[in-house]
Design a protein. Structure first.
Length: 372
């Protein structure tokens, strides 16, 4: 096993901590679960969650069960707890998807910075567009305001963009005319839908943002694979991205395929091997994948993909302890797989150590923080 315990962790994809800690077991379960809120008790039957509860309980010195963990954490100050878990886990920077939790439920960015970590906030395109739709804007005004927000993203402090097109209509992104997008918006309005939902509108808005992403060097994160059950997993295989990747809008834009695209890890790794502008992220806490699944993901990613286009994350969903658990699991599983590659003679010990540092920290620093 390659020892990565002292390598700083840059969390390549996560969500801001909640302003108020969960007060009940039911509230605590939700950030760990991808099913229906009404069925969140099911998370207690998932092995990765049971592992996480034991790790958190050990850290807090309480009994290893959900209720004890909730009692021990419900009164924690979120900012202080964030600083504590980042220091203990050697997490030095966070790449934040600001689209979830809602801003009024999550810690403001200045308070997160006060925890002593560097930040790279991401503008979630569909969330921003949904807010504009909710204002009742006509299509022309909607596009004008959307364009202005994307155009000013870098100046507003955003280090990248994020799209959840996968959740709405899948990853087979294609060109639609403005008339088709306007008709889609009208259909949504007639149905009382304010979020960006119909494919013609989803795709139109995403492609419209790409020239700005290229101009300003803004990476674009894309959800892929495992997620909430309102997505159709059959439509979120990253191979569906081929059409967009071949488009003139995507030329020169760097895309990050999230969550190892699980279960489509091979497909995501393949894209990094043949497209110089694609990175594959491996999330080590959320979605709840266990040790064996993460080993499989790293084995596939390193057997097929480009090492300089792989990075690690926690996908923490509002709980700071998820960041630390993601860092711990990423180091241990990646270190084990790198050790296997050294044992098989595919990597030297020095190469494995350098690759581990790149995947846990360096690649994300280069992509989101502009470091060389």
């Amino acid at each position: 096993m390659v020892d990565l315990s002292q390598v700083p962790f840059v969390d390549g994809h996560m969500h801001p901590p909640l302003r108020v800690r969960p007060q009940t077991v039911e509230e605590y379960r939700w950030p760990w679960f991808e099913g229906l809120p009404s069925e969140s008790a099911h998370v207690a039957e998932l092995v990765p969650y049971r592992w996480a509860i034991r790790q958190i309980a050990d850290e807090l010195g309480c009994a290893a069960d959900e209720r004890a963990v909730v009692r021990a954490t419900r009164e924690l100050d979120p900012m202080t707890w964030l600083a504590t878990v980042c220091e203990r886990s050697q997490t030095v920077a966070l790449v934040l998807d600001t689209g979830y939790p809602p801003p009024d439920e999550s810690l403001p960015l200045d308070q997160i910075r006060a925890a002593g970590v560097e930040l790279a906030p991401l503008l979630r395109l569909e969330a921003m567009a949904g807010d504009l739709i909710a204002e009742g804007l006509g299509f022309a005004d909607l596009i004008e305001r959307y364009d202005a927000a994307v155009d000013g993203a870098r100046a507003a402090g955003y280090a990248g963009l994020k799209s959840i097109a996968a959740y709405r209509s899948g990853l087979a992104i294609r060109r639609w005319s403005a008339d088709e997008a306007a008709e889609a918006l009208a259909r949504q309005r007639a149905a009382g839908i304010t979020r960006v939902q119909e494919q013609a509108l989803v795709d139109f808005l995403l492609l419209r943002a790409l020239p700005v992403a290229r101009r300003d060097g803004l990476p674009v994160q894309l959800h892929a694979g495992y997620g909430d059950r309102d997505l159709d997993l059959r439509l979120v295989n990253p191979l569906h991205l081929r059409g967009m990747l071949a488009s003139e809008e995507a030329a020169g834009v760097h895309f990050v395929v999230l969550h190892a695209a699980w279960p489509y890890v091979r497909e995501g790794a393949f894209l990094t091997a043949v497209y110089a502008n694609v990175t594959l992220d491996v999330a080590a806490c959320i979605p709840p994948l266990g040790h064996a699944a993460l080993l499989e993901a790293w084995r596939c990613a390193l057997a097929v993909g480009a090492v300089n286009r792989l990075h690690a994350s926690s996908d923490a969903a509002g709980l700071p302890e998820q960041i630390a658990l993601g860092a711990r699991r990423a180091r241990s599983t990646l270190g084990q797989v790198l050790g296997e590659l050294v044992a098989s003679g595919e990597l030297s010990a020095g190469e494995a150590e350098r690759d581990g540092e790149a995947i846990l920290s360096g690649n994300s620093r280069r992509l989101y923080f502009g470091e060389r």
